[in-house]
Design a protein around this ligand. Structure first.
Ligand code: ATP
Ligand code: MG
Length: 403
């Protein structure tokens, strides 16, 4: 709407950023913002006293297109609470008045197109106590600037949140700025501020949501997916590759490992009870994932499991599957309903891609009625019948494609 904004101020809760780790958190946030805003030329991101600032090198104003990019990308800036595009100027009353004078009409005129009267307030803060005017006086002076531009009847001062326009002003020792409202960021923690994890990523709805949830808690996420070539088509992997790229919009460079499960699936089909196949596949998937995670430096595994959703997700089966891995397995969706997962998937933009119908590797040689109770002792007996499955898994890992 207004193209005079020459900086963006980003706010985060300092209390969420604990003691000695604070610098690391802030640096991650800066790196992540540079990545999110990489399509804006010459973008500068720096920290000044508990805030992060985004600017062009010479304080040049952002174009409307650049501000659109900011609005779109800040929704993915984990660790931040809110941001505001601002007009940065000297800590000088005349400059502040000019900034309001030039910028306010865009906001007020947009409302006058629909209504005869607009309510507004000015909220000023002064951290430089030597500035000649107190906060209250700054507010009065800036309200006069607005008052000078419109009829008396067309303006109403409203000091509450109900004001239709809030003009913010902050005066610091080195600089001052004007802004119009704050926009929400997702909160959470900056990606990279916690240990990296490896997600078992299918083409479904849940696992991409699980990835998003862990990224939001500060974990960088790599992915492993399983296909069953030639029993599944190339589209199976292609869909997950596109999902990986989509999820990498929230973080830098998540790697995708694509593994062909067919060899172990055939072994299971030929040797084990059909009703246990799904659970046996899942145990093998976890083992393969753990092998990759250990090589790749991921400290935990991540799945989109939710209790009771499908046969492999009963408590008994989940316990049996879980015991195949020695590594922590994170299941952030464990207690949520499908429709809640769908809502998150829609919000983060993965739902449409998840809805594309392609065959899943789990359904290859799937029995008509998979067991919902596959106790560990029975499943271990079945695995005894597989012979040297370890070598088969090693080969699967060695031949994984990495994207
Ligand atoms: P999703 O929507 O994530 O596929 P789902 O509700 O369909 O989950 P399942 O298909 O039983 O449930 O899968 C449970 C979890 O197992 C998935 O969330 C995912 O983490 C993992 N998983 C299943 N299939 C695959 C696969 N082909 N490749 C990688 N991981 C998989
Ligand atoms: Mg699935």
């Amino acid at each position: 709407m207004n193209t005079e904004f020459n900086a963006v101020i980003c706010r985060y809760h300092e209390i969420a950023i604990k003691g000695a780790n604070r610098r690391m958190f802030e640096q991650k946030m800066i790196d992540n913002l540079k990545y999110l805003l990489r399509t804006i030329d010459d973008i500068k991101v720096k920290r000044i006293r508990g805030r992060i600032w985004i600017q062009h090198p010479d304080n040049e104003a952002f174009s409307a297109e650049e501000l659109d990019i900011v609005h779109k990308q800040m929704k993915k800036a984990f660790g931040l609470e809110s941001y505001s595009p601002v007009i940065l100027c000297k800590p000088d009353m005349q400059e502040l008045e000019q900034a309001v004078e030039k910028s306010c009409t865009a906001y007020f005129d947009a409302l006058y197109e629909k209504q005869p009267c607009v309510s507004f307030r000015i909220r000023a803060r002064r951290s430089d106590k030597n500035f000649p005017l107190a906060s209250r006086d700054i507010e009065i002076a800036l309200a006069r600037v607005v008052g000078g531009k419109y009829d008396y009847d067309a303006l109403r001062i409203d000091l509450e949140d109900s004001a239709e326009i809030t003009v913010g002003c902050e005066v610091r020792e080195e600089f001052a700025f004007i802004y119009y409202g704050s926009y929400r960021c997702p909160g959470g923690l900056p990606v990279g501020s916690n240990s990296p994890v490896l997600a078992l990523l299918s083409g479904g709805i849940d696992s991409p949501v699980a990835c998003y949830m862990l990224m939001k808690r500060g974990c960088h996420v790599d992915y492993v997916t399983f296909h069953s070539d030639p029993y599944t088509p190339p589209e199976t992997t292609d869909k997950v590759r596109r999902m990986g790229l989509k999820l990498n919009e929230f973080q830098q460079d998540g790697r995708l490992f694509s593994c062909n499960l067919a060899a172990i699936q055939k072994l299971i089909r030929d040797n084990c009870r059909p009703e246990f196949r799904t659970v046996l596949y899942r145990r093998m998937m976890l083992r393969i994932a753990q092998m990759i995670a250990e090589k790749n430096g991921n400290m935990a595994l991540l799945t989109g499991d939710s209790v009771g959703q499908v046969a492999s997700q009963t408590i008994i089966n989940m316990a049996t599957i879980d015991s195949a891995a020695d590594m922590l397995v994170l299941r952030p969706l464990v207690g949520i309903d499908k429709n809640e997962a769908v809502n998150i998937a829609r919000e983060i933009g993965t739902f449409e891609l998840s809805s594309e119908q392609v065959p899943d590797s789990c359904t290859v040689f799937a029995p008509k009625s998979p067991s919902t109770r596959a106790p560990l002792d029975k499943v271990l007996e079945e695995e005894q019948l597989l012979g040297d499955w370890q070598t088969v898994l090693e080969k699967i890992v060695a031949t994984a494609n990495i994207y």
